[in-house]
Design a binder for this molecule. Structure first.
Ligand SMILES: Cc1cc2nc3c(=O)[nH]c(=O)nc-3n(C[C@H](O)[C@H](O)[C@H](O)COP(=O)(O)O)c2cc1C
Length: 350
């Protein structure tokens, strides 16, 4: 039986892109027949409401909202936190950013963000790094919101299906941004998209969306042949006209090579794939940084200043392994050409 997500108009999903994502990019993707997601993790509830209202003025198509699930800061030793905080001063000094006296605490508004999702009723709610509680899943269902979880292993996909989640986004190791891994592993599983998608398709009966390293129509066709119902692309849109990708970040994407991406915890305290730079090299030792979400909060002033000063050595340059395939064009042009390439690739198989 063919597994599909009923409201997808094409096999392309614009990934939620915390940082470079914008309301304009989501709307443009939706209007071009992709399913557009809006990353809300870094938006406070007020900004979420404003963004969702504006998105609805720019498109009448369905869209998805996205949040992280593991938001309770872990207990962390005060001395370790203070050391990690002070370690960052050298970057602040170079950028001319004032040194905050105490480490900035992560904002605690996950429950309010969830409330905004429930009240604004997007077509879909996607999430990563965990599973919502049974009570929240029941509320999402009661509100008619379709749920899409993220899995990086077969076990996680099975756990999502058992929890009643309606579709699973399978994130291969090639993917840019944070790894969605949420079951406890001593070693971070890094299974490639090509290997993981067919295993998940076999293990669950809900629709599978493939993500990671897909940035052209051949890649989309490949995951459809593996049994996915759609491909979720993030990196392919980082150079889109509507993306908020900082100029210095764009410059690196245009000149680096695929061998430059690494998995790093330097910026956020959680493993994420991006292009290596001075900060990822200098904060490679876990003793030098705090766990997520502390590190993410503490590096924010540095990342913001680096973006406005054009200093890519201090920016989190999230990118998947396929970033050299990303094109500079409008989201509509990118999607149109991806769809045309996918059609050709699938036809050549007939
Ligand atoms: C800059 C960037 C930011 C991302 N932010 C999020 C996010 O907020 N939530 C999420 O679920 N995934 C996020 N992702 C991961 C994507 O959902 C997706 O797994 C990934 O982009 C797919 O691989 P690709 O980058 O090779 O296309 C992000 C990816 C990138 C590149």
């Amino acid at each position: 039986m063919k597994r599909t997500v009923p409201f997808f108009e094409s096999p392309i999903v614009l990934a939620p892109l915390g940082g470079p994502g914008t309301v304009e990019l989501t709307a443009a993707a939706c209007n071009a027949r992709a399913f557009g997601s809006l990353a809300c993790q870094y938006s406070d509830p007020e900004r979420m409401r404003r963004d969702i209202a504006r998105l609805r003025t720019l498109t009448d198509k369905p869209f998805g909202l996205n949040l992280f699930m593991n938001n309770d800061p872990p207990p962390v030793d005060a001395d370790h936190l203070s050391r990690a905080h002070q370690r960052l001063h050298v970057y602040r000094d170079e950028l001319g950013v004032p040194r905050p006296e105490v480490p900035q605490s992560p904002p605690l508004y996950h429950d309010e963000q969830m409330r905004v999702v429930l009240e604004t009723r997007p077509q879909a709610f996607s999430f990563t790094l965990g599973i919502p509680s049974d009570a929240v899943i029941a509320e999402l269902k009661a509100a008619g919101i379709y749920t899409i979880g993220t899995a990086t292993t077969v076990e996680e996909a099975v756990a999502l299906e058992r929890a009643g989640i309606e579709a699973v986004c399978v994130q291969g190791a090639e993917a840019g941004g944070h790894r969605g891994t949420f079951l406890h592993y001593e070693v971070l599983p890094l299974i490639g998209t090509l290997a993981l998608v067919p295993q998940v398709v076999k293990a669950v009966s809900i629709p599978v969306i493939a993500a990671g390293g897909i940035a052209d129509g051949d890649g989309i066709a490949a995951v459809l042949l593996l049994g996915a119902c759609a491909a979720q692309l993030g990196t392919a849109f980082l150079l889109a006209d509507e993306a908020g990708t900082a100029t210095a970040y764009r410059d690196v994407l245009k000149h680096a090579s695929a061998s430059d991406t690494i998995i790093t915890e330097a910026f956020s305290g959680k493993p994420a794939r991006g292009i290596a730079n001075r900060v990822t090299r200098e904060l490679a030792d876990p003793r030098e940084r705090a766990p997520y979400p502390h590190q993410n909060t503490m590096t924010r002033d540095i990342r913001n200043a680096a973006a406005s000063q054009g200093r890519s050595e201090f920016l989190s340059l999230w990118a998947g392994q396929a970033f050299p395939l990303a094109r500079e064009a409008s989201a509509a042009e990118i999607i149109e050409s991806l769809l045309a390439q996918t059609r050709v690739a699938l036809r050549s198989r007939e």
